[in-house]
Design a protein around this ligand. Structure first.
Ligand code: FEO
Length: 398
């Protein structure tokens, strides 16, 4: 018999921890694992909010059985159809064939597509409520946070928001469930990385959702990933607000590709100059070693970005090119951008970085530096000047 955490009267945590998956979405590393959160409300009606990845369906169904204590399951609310949350719906339906599935029209299209389920549906629209006994649950649409069907569910009785992916983070729940029960230190960077990797493109929809939710009093946030937020709600909303406005902190990310160390030496000269001119938050990434997931996290975190690339077959260095495509996909806004590169016999990388800057509509800072072969001595002062220009631009912001 599981001892399930009761978050508020009659609301139980029935989620699971995944410490086995190496890459979330088969792309993003999970050094701290990830939790798939689901919640069971026991009232006059019994209501499950979301399910979990199908790999954990067995333990998940056992938890629900324990929480129900012999009762039937009346409703499943599907706030989000991505399979890390909706993966167990078909098995849940087999176990509880009479459960009514609550979702919106877009949810139901996906429900049929992923699970072949077409009946026993209860459709809701913006602002609709479902009375389940001592409380009503109200539904608000939050499209593109992070799929088009996403909605959130609000329990006015407890001023509690089931927020789907919003306010989520990587990281398992290692014993505690609520933020007051755990050391949160590693979650803050992981939240930024989660946001940058997963939600990053959808700044405007996140802002729309934040505006919509600003009219609600919220004392508890139950996201689908990471801790249940109570004491840290202000901080968590602040992080999502800042990230979705693409607001960077003072600091500079220096990212470079380098085959034989020549472009790397340019990056070193730039970084030293940044430090000499008072920038303390400097993060350097060798694009061939740092996973893009961490580079994106730092790009979302800081206002300044300097990218360097060798020329490779008359193109950008492929790993740099791949990173640029990830940045473009996320439509990162308002960065101060510097760039540099090297070549052996014909330069192309710097030209392509210039074109990238134009596409991103970023402010270019300093004069781009291009180095031939290993002639760092010829370009050392130019690299330092680029670092100094970025440092002055960042400090003007502070
Ligand atoms: Fe955690 Fe968009 O699913």
């Amino acid at each position: 018999m599981y001892k399930l955490k009761e978050i508020e009267e009659g609301i139980y945590y029935v989620g699971v921890n995944d410490r086995q998956k190496v890459l979330f979405e088969n792309m993003w590393p999970l050094p701290y694992g990830v939790s798939y959160n689901a919640y069971l409300i026991v009232d006059e009606k019994t209501v499950l909010v979301d399910t979990v990845d199908v790999c954990y369906s067995d333990i998940f169904l056992k938890k629900i059985e324990d929480a129900l204590n012999g009762r039937e399951l009346d409703y499943l609310i599907v706030d989000h159809m991505e399979p890390d949350h909706a993966g167990s719906i078909r098995l849940l339906r087999q176990r509880y064939p009479n459960v009514q599935i609550v979702g919106n029209a877009k949810t139901f299209g996906m429900l049929e597509g992923f699970h072949g389920i077409k009946d026993g549906l209860h459709e809701v629209k913006e602002g609709d409520s479902l009375n389940i006994g001592s409380r009503s649950l109200t539904f608000y649409m939050a499209p593109m946070v992070h799929w088009p069907e996403v909605m959130v569910t609000y329990d006015e009785k407890h001023q509690l928001l089931f927020s789907a992916d919003a306010f989520g983070t990587y990281g398992t729940l290692d014993g505690g469930v609520i933020d007051t029960e755990m050391n949160l230190d590693h979650f803050w960077d992981e939240m930024t990385r989660y946001y940058a990797n997963i939600v990053g493109k959808y700044g405007t929809p996140v802002q729309n959702a934040l505006r919509k939710l600003s009219g609600l009093t919220i004392r508890t946030i139950c996201s689908t990933h990471g801790p249940v937020w109570k004491a840290q709600i202000g901080k968590v909303i602040g992080i999502y607000d800042r990230l979705s406005r693409y607001e960077g902190e003072p600091g500079v990310v220096v990212v470079y590709g380098s085959m034989y160390g020549n472009t790397e030496q340019m990056a070193e000269a730039i970084a030293t100059s940044l430090a000499d001119h008072g920038v303390k938050n400097i993060v350097m990434h060798n694009v061939s070693k740092s996973h893009a997931s961490y580079i994106l996290k730092d790009i979302f975190k800081y206002k300044g970005l300097i990218i360097g690339s060798p020329t490779y077959s008359n193109q950008l260095y492929p790993e740099v090119d791949a990173l640029l495509s990830k940045i473009e996909l996320r439509e990162v806004k308002n960065r101060y951008f510097g760039y540099f590169g090297s070549f052996c016999w014909a330069g192309a990388a710097v030209k392509r970085l210039a074109a990238f800057a134009e596409r991103m509509k970023w402010e270019t800072v300093g004069t781009p530096v291009e180095q031939k072969q290993g002639r760092i001595a010829d370009q050392y002062e130019a690299c330092r000047a680029l670092g100094e220009a970025m440092a002055l631009r960042i400090k003007n912001e502070e």
